[in-house]
Design a protein around this ligand. Structure first.
Ligand SMILES: [Zn+2]
Length: 365
């Protein structure tokens, strides 16, 4: 009896030890995750979290579950800077870009979009570049039209966009580069109800204020900001069902061609800081614990089998090839892809044959 108890204690003891070791390993993991800036944790993820699509947190502090990649190439777009792996967005964002690119070609005469950054596969802070773009609801579009030919991988890394600003002149759009088509493109972007803000350089906003003769109801969504003379930035509102997504206040009423714009043409936004800080301030990086709690789950969430599986359009292509069975097995299709149709809604969904299928990345040349 005594022996049995002792043996049971030993078994139990080793199990306890296992638990303790396991727990301390977890604690070590957690501790190192606590010391590692969130941008390194999220920047290291090559694939999204295969979860129900949802944006968590705010545009500049959050993460993305169920991200989908926009294909590198579509008929009316080409993605740039592929090495950054920032072609990932909430399915609603990716659906909007696809639709916008088609509308721009058909209605504005813009031959195609060159796409800059959307988000990392799981969103989150980035190692370089942006403060926002963290929840898959922001996208940068170049102000340079897409060329007729397919750009090589190297070209997509090295080609520069063109600034719309006149050199050696204060905040002035260059009339030899800017065209009414640029204006129509930006106003088209602002016209979608899900788009809440379009960020442009103050000179571009002023140009629109001075020259736009069409409907001005969406002009207020076009917001002046530093930079943004090579590209513009589209921000959509929190998608329905993303309960953990923190949106922004609506833009003020009116076209924004007012004193809020005039301020950009004063010295104040461009003045150097008056006093230098006495001690150099250590940059403080956001840690995982600074982000919404759900972001720890997003970081640890399962990845899809491949990038292809989580690329926008995959599910549509599968549906076109084989009719859906009466009771579709939910697990057969990646979670991120199944809900695309649901999230963009039947009215907004394009006919099947127009949905671009994912293409392989252009070969390294
Ligand atoms: Zn941006």
């Amino acid at each position: 009896m005594g022996f049995e108890i002792a043996a049971a204690f030993r078994r139990c003891g080793s199990a306890m030890l296992g638990l303790i070791v396991g727990a301390s390993l977890l604690a070590t993991d957690a501790a190192s995750a606590d010391r590692t800036p969130a941008k390194e944790l999220f920047g290291a993820k090559a694939l999204p979290a295969a979860m129900t699509p949802s944006a968590y947190g705010s545009y500049a502090k959050g993460c993305l579950a169920g991200g989908v990649a926009i294909p590198t190439d579509g008929e009316t777009w080409q993605a740039m800077r592929l090495s950054r792996n920032r072609r990932w967005g909430h399915p609603q964002m990716v659906a909007l870009i696809e639709r916008f690119s088609r509308d721009a070609a058909e209605r504005v005469g813009w031959p195609g979009l060159l796409l800059g950054d959307i988000s990392q596969p799981r969103g989150g802070p980035m190692l370089s570049g942006h403060a926002s773009h963290q929840i898959g609801l922001d996208a940068d579009i170049w102000l340079t039209p897409m060329p007729q030919r397919t750009l090589s991988y190297q070209e997509r890394e090295s080609i520069s966009a063109t600034s719309m600003l006149q050199k050696n002149k204060f905040l002035t759009v260059d009339p030899s580069i800017w065209t009414p088509t640029h204006a129509r493109l930006i106003m088209l972007a602002a016209s979608y109800p899900q788009v809440e803000r379009v960020f442009v350089n103050p000179a571009i906003k002023k140009k629109l204020c001075d020259t736009w003769r069409g409907d001005r109801s969406a002009l207020g969504k076009v917001r002046p900001i530093y930079g943004h003379d090579y590209h513009f930035h589209i921000r959509i509102k929190c998608p329905d069902g993303s309960t953990g997504c923190k949106g922004q206040a609506r833009v003020p009423r009116g076209d924004g061609c007012d004193k809020s714009l005039a301020w950009w043409f004063t010295d104040e936004p461009w003045a150097k800081p008056k006093k230098k800080p006495e001690k150099p301030v250590k940059p403080k990086f956001a840690m995982l614990s600074d982000l919404p709690k759900a972001c720890a789950l997003v970081l640890d969430g399962p990845a899809p089998a491949s990038e292809q599986e989580a690329t926008y359009g995959t599910a549509y292509r599968a549906a076109a090839v084989a009719p859906a069975p009466a009771a579709a097995p939910a697990a057969a299709v990646p979670a991120a892809a199944t809900s695309i149709e649901a999230v963009i809604g039947a009215a907004a969904a394009a006919p099947l044959e127009n949905i671009p299928v994912p293409l392989p990345r252009p070969a390294l040349q």
